[in-house]
Design a protein around this ligand. Structure first.
Ligand SMILES: Cc1cc2nc3c(=O)[nH]c(=O)nc-3n(C[C@H](O)[C@H](O)[C@H](O)COP(=O)(O)OP(=O)(O)OC[C@H]3O[C@@H](n4cnc5c(N)ncnc54)[C@H](O)[C@@H]3O)c2cc1C
Length: 450
């Protein structure tokens, strides 16, 4: 590959690390700038407030990360993070219907967010041409006089004066608070049209000791939010013999953080396997709470004018309602997209990348937003297609109580292995429609779960 010069990545979290890994193959040097000190150890940090919250790495994300960082899942597994068959080793209860389990190739890793990030960071640190700056905040873009090309970034360190870093490519991986729209406007460029779907989610995560008897020997449990009961519960095995539990409420519902309130909230989910666990297990450390106001998608692919030498990736482009666990997987698949585009050289990189990323985001965005639109309080247009798909998926959940083929088809889509349209293919539709009736959604919370 012909070298494209020097690159700078703003933000050293998952999307930034993935971008740095890919750019290291095409650029002479890659410099990563983050406002946080980036620890050697697996530790939560201020710039990533969600790092204290339960994170699920979907099957597609695990595969993509393994492509980018060879043997990563094995390394995580050797560090004690269990590999989990997401169909066979997890209790699923969707719309109140317990899903029939079966062996599958949908394998995720049960890993805490700090361990995943620090393992990936160590891999990136080992790349000979990647350098991590001392903690510094990116504060402005540097451009050519005619403003057609970005030629670097101004950074402000914690101590001392601001200084420029010059580069042939600058990548914004600063997460949902990205300042790219503001920086572009300052340079006279249009800002990307933004879609916002308010969901007002509150997460509370607690970590517990894991014992073989917990969850009847399985490695996870999940029950989804339904209209009338906008509450979700997720239990996921992690490294160090632990389970993380995330309880979340949408639309202003807030799980309490104290043991009694947390347990009552878990009981309200109607999935005894989760409430029993929360009541009995021994907590490790205190609870962590976080609010997430809205899913946000910035449509960079719709911009007619965009400077050369600049890209935006990860949550800075699209931040999804976290209950669907998609963000890191989308960042990893964007990394694979960037790698394949760079193999053809850096020409018109931004246009090609945003077009590809837009297509890649369409699927997960339609899953997250389409499902959230089941709740009448979530504003947004409900096309006939959205209503039909939600009706159909609800029937699918009912039929998946006994039909493991349907459970697997659903999980393949949820894990971003298959596109959502795969659920509508005739072989699946016949099984869904034959599968009998479905409980009305509002009563779903009282049924199901073992
Ligand atoms: C509660 C919650 C739960 C989630 N659960 C899951 C899950 O289960 N599965 C999943 O795949 N995803 C999940 N996500 C999403 C996931 O955390 C993100 O998609 C993922 O971290 C990738 O984001 P990112 O790297 O683009 O940005 P972030 O992780 O937000 O990182 C941004 C980085 O940029 C740095 N930064 C910001 N501004 C500047 C600046 N001006 N200068 C220098 N540095 C800067 C920050 O310090 C930080 O390191 C969840 C999110 C939330 C909020």
């Amino acid at each position: 590959m012909v070298s494209a010069g020097d690159a700078v990545v703003l933000g050293g979290s998952m999307a930034g690390l993935i971008a740095a890994r890919v750019l290291s193959e095409a650029y002479d040097t890659v410099t990563v700038v983050d406002r946080d000190p980036l620890p050697e150890a697996a530790a939560a940090r201020r710039g990533v407030p969600q790092s204290r919250q339960l994170h699920v790495l979907l099957a597609r994300g695990r595969r993509a990360l393994d492509e980018l960082f060879e043997g990563l899942s094995d390394e995580l597994s050797a560090a004690g993070a269990p590999l989990v068959d997401l169909h066979d080793q997890v209790h699923w209860c969707n719309d109140g219907h317990p899903m029939r389990r079966a062996a599958s190739d949908l394998v995720g890793v049960g890993v805490s967010r700090p361990l995943l990030e620090s393992t990936v960071r160590a891999r990136v640190r080992n790349l000979g041409n990647v350098r991590f700056c001392p903690p510094a905040e990116a504060t402005a873009l540097l451009s050519t006089e005619d403003r057609s090309r970005i030629i670097g970034v101004l950074v402000t360190p914690r101590v001392g004066a601001a200084y420029p870093i010059h580069a042939d490519l600058v990548v914004d991986a600063c997460g949902r608070a990205s300042r790219s729209p503001v920086w572009l406007a300052e340079l006279g460029y249009p800002t990307p049209p933004e879609q916002r779907v308010p969901v007002d989610v509150t997460y509370v995560t607690r970590v517990y000791q894991r014992e073989p008897r917990h969850l009847d020997g399985l490695l996870g449990a999940l029950t989804n939010a339904v209209p009338g009961r906008p509450r979700t519960g997720i239990v996921a095995a992690q490294e160090d013999g632990r389970f993380a539990v995330a309880l979340s409420g949408m639309l202003g519902e807030q799980p309490p953080s104290d043991h009694e309130g947390f347990t009552r909230f878990a009981e309200s989910l109607g999935m005894p396997v989760i409430s029993r666990f929360v009541r009995d297990a021994v907590p490790v450390g205190g609870p962590a709470q976080m609010r997430y106001p809205a899913s946000v998608r910035r449509r960079y692919e719709r911009l007619r004018r965009f400077p050369l030498g600049y890209l935006v990736v990860g949550d800075a482009v699209c931040s999804f309602n976290p209950v669907y666990g998609q963000g890191m997987t989308v960042a990893a698949t964007e990394g694979l997209l960037l790698r394949s585009l760079l193999s053809g050289g850096p020409d018109r990189l931004a246009r090609r990348f945003f077009r590809g990323a837009g297509k890649l985001i369409d699927g997960p965005w339609s899953i997250a937003v389409g499902t959230d639109l089941r709740f009448p309080q979530v504003p947004g247009p409900r096309s006939a297609r959205v209503r039909l798909v939600n009706w159909y998926v609800h029937r699918l959940h009912a039929a998946a109580r006994t039909d493991a083929v349907l459970g697997e088809a659903f999980l393949r889509v949820l894990n971003l292995v298959d596109p959502p349209t795969r659920l509508l293919r005739p072989a699946i539709a016949r099984r869904v429609l034959r599968g009998g009736g479905a409980d009305p959604v509002p009563s779903a919370g009282v049924a199901g779960g073992r």
